[in-house]
Design a protein around this ligand. Structure first.
Ligand SMILES: NC(=O)c1ccc[n+]([C@@H]2O[C@H](COP(=O)([O-])OP(=O)(O)OC[C@H]3O[C@@H](n4cnc5c(N)ncnc54)[C@H](OP(=O)(O)O)[C@@H]3O)[C@@H](O)[C@H]2O)c1
Length: 275
């Protein structure tokens, strides 16, 4: 069994967790992925569902949430996929999410802080509004979600937090088109190590994955730039990454094979960070 015994006080035991007429398997991991409604996040939802896990995800757009539910109707009906409308920067939403996890599963095994934004701008031209929005979503919210999820992670036998960083955190590449984005991800790298230090004694691992260029909606309207970065920096076969490439790294970090890996940043970038 992945989770420790549920806490006293009427929490649901694993064997009791059910949705509709379906009872979930005892070995099912409980996974929460922020921003699982497109791109890398949707790839992560697919990968964890394929692995047989129980997935909770959320995003702000109701239309995208409907698309997720429509893509995996059987998992939704079986209670293996819960897709919620929610903003990771909203404290009330984070509270409701964890209350729901508490009630329905009594624990959390894997938290993936994936939701993120980038607003392309010249360094000195970027507005303070964009700066604050980027830091709030990409850096403050991963901390806040981890903080409120920590008691649920405590009840897992194999708890892990995985943060989606970026190659842009490691070098001031001119091809990274937002300074606030690069700074937010550099902050996330340090947050990953600080949280690993703080949560290690509780048995909670905290790691990061730093992708290079992944073909997702985040590049909408910037196809030419995306291709030019791949040509210039992806020294390994000039290949663009896919959400599935990132999911492989996340699945590894979430697995027992990485049981003593914490505070690590795994570059999955076709060589982007080599220069
Ligand atoms: N694609 C790349 O080349 C690349 C490279 C390095 C790192 N990354 C990182 O990988 C992560 C995923 O990026 P992606 O390329 O998959 O981007 P994407 O396709 O734009 O997906 C971003 C996801 O985050 C959600 N999201 C954004 N703000 C949110 C908020 N405030 N609350 C809740 N959900 C929110 C979006 O849904 P809503 O808009 O509906 O809320 C969407 O589901 C990001 O952290 C990004 O920085 C991407």
């Amino acid at each position: 069994m992945v989770g420790k015994a549920p806490p006293a006080g009427g929490q649901l035991a694993d064997a009791d967790i059910s949705a509709g007429n379906h009872t979930l398997e005892i070995e099912t991991r409980v996974v929460c992925i922020s921003g699982g409604t497109s791109g890398i996040g949707a790839g992560l939802v697919a990968a964890f569902l394929d692995a047989g896990d129980r997935v909770y995800t959320f995003g702000r757009s109701p239309e995208k949430i409907e698309t997720v539910r429509a893509r995996w109707p059987e998992a939704v009906a079986a209670g293996r996929l819960t897709a919620l409308i929610g903003d990771v920067t909203d404290a009330d939403f984070r509270q409701r999410l964890t209350e729901r996890l508490e009630l329905e599963t009594g624990r959390l095994d894997v938290l993936v802080n994936n939701a993120g934004i980038i607003r392309a701008s010249g360094t000195l031209e970027e507005s303070l509004e964009h700066w604050r929005e980027t830091l709030e979503i990409n850096l403050v919210a991963p901390f806040a979600l981890t903080q409120i999820c920590a008691p649920l992670l405590d009840r897992s036998d194999m708890p892990v937090v995985i943060n989606l960083s970026s190659a842009c955190a490691q070098h001031p590449f001119s091809t990274c088109t937002s300074t606030s984005y690069s700074v937010s991800k550099a902050g996330l790298d340090m947050l990953t190590r600080r949280l690993a230090l703080a949560l290690g004694p509780r048995g909670i691992r905290v790691n990061g994955v730093a992708p290079g260029v992944v073909a997702t909606e985040i590049w909408d309207g910037a196809d030419a730039l995306m291709q030019s970065i791949v040509e210039r920096h992806h020294v390994l076969r000039r290949q663009i990454l896919t959400p599935a490439d990132i999911a492989e790294a996340v699945l590894f970090l979430a697995s027992p094979r990485a049981r003593l890996v914490t505070g690590a940043m795994l570059n999955v970038d076709a060589g982007y960070t080599l220069g």
